[in-house]
Each structure stands twice: as C-alpha cells, then as structure tokens.
Design a protein around this ligand. Structure first.
Ligand code: AR6
Length: 181
C-alpha cells in the first residue's frame, strides 16, 4: 500500500513543472488568469492575457456576471495559443486572518476541477495573488504546489505547469516543490 502511494506521488510530481516565462505564450489546453471578481480585466497577468487574447475575451467575460473569490469561470482563449482561459479571483492579502490561505487553495482546486470537466490535459498557472494582491510568496508557493500535486495524484492524465514571471517567484516555487514529500 505504501509503495502504491509513493508511486502515485512520484508520478504526480513527474507531471508537474516550474518554468519561467510569459503565460500568454503557452500553447496548452488552458491557462489560468489571476483575475478580480468583476472578470472585466485589470493589470498584471490579467491585463497581459486580455491584451494578447483580444477584445473578444472581454466580450465573453461581460456575459459571465463576475466570479466569487476562490471560484473559477471558463472562457475561450481567442487569439491566445491556449484553447481556454480559467479566470479565478485570488484573495487580497489582509494579514492572513480573513481565510486567505483556504481561498487561495480553493482557486487552484476550482481551476483544476473546471479544467478536468472540460477535458483539458495541460494547464498552466501564474502565481495567483502574489502580485498586486500582496499574498506573501513564501506562504503562497507551498499552498499552490501542494494543492496541484494532490490533484494530479487523482488525475493521471493531466499535466500542470507553474509559470513564474520572475526569478524570485521561480525560486519560491522550486523551494516549495523540493520540500514536498
Ligand atoms: N505571465 C506570467 N505571470 C505573470 C505575467 C505573465 N504575462 N504578468 C504578471 N505575472 P498579478 P494578483 C505574474 O498582480 O496578485 C489584476 O489587476 C506577477 O509577476 O497579475 O492575483 C487583476 O485584475 C505575479 O507573480 O495578480 C486583479 O485586480 C503573478 O503573475 C489583481 O491584479 C500574479 O500577479 C490580481 O492580483
């Protein structure tokens, strides 16, 4: 039994990677957008995704009626190389006493479930909430890595990439991945 569990963990880890780059260039089934609850665009990775996808993305987003923090909604990818965009509003960091950690975990879980429901095999995430929303990177990275790996253990046909925009972010995720298991 223990061997089986180890094998599942190893197999999950082999389908997870941490890369540095611009998520708008990734040709995967779905990229994740660190959005806000209006789903009507903003700065950071949200702005970059809307610019690269073109105005049709905003048109579709207008029909969605927003999204609660920790949940996710799916749209097409339009001019992006990705087929779908999974929009998830992360929590704004407010010191940690407002459920920020469980809301962040819920962002990753909601996106992965939505991706699986739409038959996506490859998903790329940005570092949700650690930019404009101020979630400390060292706290966010282990939550993201642990949640993704646990999901991959039960979804052996899926692969996930963590797309880090800068070296500091990449280091934090690599540290969290090293500490896992
Ligand atoms: N590819 C990958 N990662 C990126 C890219 C990119 N092209 N651009 C930025 N990042 P942020 P948040 C990284 O601020 O903290 C928006 O206004 C960035 O370096 O984009 O969840 C929304 O509308 C950081 O590591 O998202 C919301 O109002 C990470 O993406 C608010 O910002 C997340 O930073 C959401 O804030």
């Amino acid at each position: 039994m223990e061997n089986n569990e180890n094998q599942r963990q190893k197999a999950a880890a082999s389908r997870f990677s941490i890369v540095q780059g611009d998520i708008t260039t990734f040709a995967v089934d779905a990229i994740v957008n660190a959005a806000n609850t209006s789903l009507l665009g903003g700065g950071g990775v949200d702005g970059a995704i809307h610019r690269a996808a073109g105005p049709e993305l905003l048109e579709e987003c207008r029909t969605l009626g927003g999204c609660a923090t920790g949940q996710a909604k799916l749209t097409g990818g339009y001019r992006l190389p990705a087929r779908f965009v999974l929009h998830t509003p992360g929590p704004v960091w407010n010191g940690g006493g407002d459920g920020e950690e469980s809301l962040l975990k819920s962002c990753y879980e909601s996106c992965l479930k939505l991706a699986a429901d739409h038959g996506c095999k490859t998903v790329a995430f940005p570092s949700i909430s650690t930019g404009i929303y101020g979630f400390p990177l060292e706290k966010a990275a282990p939550i993201a890595v642990g949640t993704i790996l646990r999901f991959l253990e039960d979804h052996q046909d899926m692969e996930v990439q963590m797309v880090c925009f800068d070296g500091r972010t990449r280091n934090a995720y690599e540290e969290a991945f090293k500490d896992w298991g």
